[in-house]
Design a protein around this ligand. Structure first.
Ligand code: AMP
Length: 278
């Protein structure tokens, strides 16, 4: 496994692989990340993982400086599962002085996370576009955990004719249903217990959907009722939206819907989602 900090060295190393999967990450790796790396390696024969806590996708009031980092541990996990290339650029490499270009994806960035985190998806799309240009992957792998990010990246790749395939992989969960996330490490023990309410709220929507409920409002209400049972949780949004346009639905159509939510547990902001009807 080769660990590379600069773009030039990365390009040289990359040229040895006819097919290469890419898994972009912000590090502090867990089984969710590793599932993407394994799938990329399986499908492409070789895998590059980027580890970069991207400053431009954090707003000033967010957790950029405290975001968990453990490069040594990340590298040893990646070595174990035989990643081929690891790209670990510094912020100055990705954003040298004078860098002044960004990628704006359209209306799908204006809802859900985009409302609460203005500028977030511009930061994400810009860094992922740069990683695509540097790594030139055959396929790039993203987790369903960040459902809106998957929609935004797939749209960017399609709209800008990027020559690669975007692959969306299932959310990996803890035994009690909590979606794995680097940010779960912020949770104190009582908050960690309370955090299971996100998965339970999504399960409430799934249960209603499975017995034929198709009203968006009723399904959103079912999630809110479950969330209300957890006093440590403060709801940012619940959503039943079209899977592609991400617009809120009055009625769930035959091809299903994305049920998603964002909840603060103490100071920690958590998101989760399921697809209804898949
Ligand atoms: P992050 O390091 O949080 O930026 O995540 C890097 C990639 O891993 C993104 O594509 C995430 O959607 C994906 N990911 C994060 N958590 C999970 C999870 N629990 N299951 C599957 N993929 C995940």
């Amino acid at each position: 496994m080769q660990v590379i900090e600069t773009i030039e060295t990365f390009r040289t190393a990359r040229s040895r692989y006819p097919r290469l999967g890419l898994v972009p990450t912000m590090g502090f790796l867990h089984e969710g990340h590793l599932s993407l790396v394994r799938r990329a390696k399986e499908e492409c024969g070789a895998v590059a993982v980027s580890i970069f806590v991207n400053p431009t996708q954090f707003a000033a009031n967010e957790d950029f400086s405290t975001y968990p980092r453990d490069m040594e541990r990340d590298l040893s996990l990646l070595r174990e599962i035989q990643a081929d290339l690891v790209f670990t650029p510094t912020p100055a490499t990705v954003y040298p002085p004078g860098h002044d270009t960004g990628v704006e994806v359209g209306t799908v960035t204006n809802v859900l996370e985009g409302v609460v985190r203005p500028g977030h998806f511009r930061g994400v799309a810009t860094v992922v576009c740069k990683l695509f240009n540097i790594v030139q992957p055959t396929k790039a792998y993203f987790g369903q955990k960040d459902a809106q990010q998957c929609v935004v990246i797939a749209k960017m790749a399609r709209d800008l004719d990027m020559p690669l395939e975007v692959v969306v992989c299932p959310t990996v969960r803890e035994a009690d249903g909590l979606a794995m996330s680097s940010r779960n490490s912020y949770l104190k023990p009582d908050e960690r217990r309370a955090a299971t309410v996100l998965r339970r709220a999504l399960a409430a929507a799934e249960a209603r959907f499975s017995v034929g409920e198709r009203s968006g409002e009723t399904l959103r209400q079912a999630m809110l009722e479950t969330l209300a049972t957890e006093p440590m949780g403060s709801v940012e949004y619940v959503s039943i939206a079209d899977r592609r346009s991400l617009t809120e639905l009055g009625q769930v159509p035959a091809d299903g819907a994305l049920a998603s939510l964002a909840v603060r547990i103490g100071k920690t902001r958590l998101i989760d989602n399921v697809i209804l009807g898949s």
